[in-house]
Design a protein around this ligand. Sequence first.
Ligand code: ADE
Length: 225
Amino acid sequence: MRIDIITIFPEMFAGWFDHSIVKRARKKGLAEIHLHNLRDFATSKHRNVDDYPFGGGSGMVMMAQPIADCIDHLKKERNYDEVIFLTPDGEIFNQPMTNKLSLAENLIMLCGHYKGVDERIREHYVTMEVSIGNYVLSGGELAAAVICNSIIRLIPGVLSDETSALDDSFQDNLISPPVYTRPANFNGLKVPDVLLSGNEALIRQWRSVQALLRTRKRRPGMLED
Ligand code: ADE
């Protein structure tokens, strides 16, 4: 998979893609991430990428031209499955969305800033608008990094134990059950006996019940779905 990220702060991404699973995916050639500085596509003398909103009001608006030129430049080279705009008023990101996106070959992610981007970009270039939650970040970069992380770990061959992604919370509309490791007795706090029993059927049953109880307590809406 190839992901092209359009941003005014490419330096912000340093680190997020250089560790752990995303680093491994890149090393194995399963994921490529390309950062594009939007200012490189600005044509004005001062390389401006924003301007005052028509009709007045506070804040600046990201101009259409540099974004359109950057996307056109990328699209000349290859086809893209989606052009994703990260914005607080987008569709809330969730596990089904990341499952679907992990099957894509090429994605563009556009990181918004200021008051937003010129609506004509949203109407004519963007194919998907995504939010990582009902709160406002200073820009779309963190959201893009979150989404990249969540997608890349699902690409076949990225996780060493392929089945572990299937057991993730949310994959089957359930939250994962609690997990424990050694010691079995930590300062008097004991691991549930069933996990030490060696009885696989009982352990499976216990985990299913715990997953249901946790989901009912923490995400009751998921059970209704
Ligand atoms: N940009 C600013 N806030 C955001 C959010 N919550 N999700 C996605 N992009 C954003």
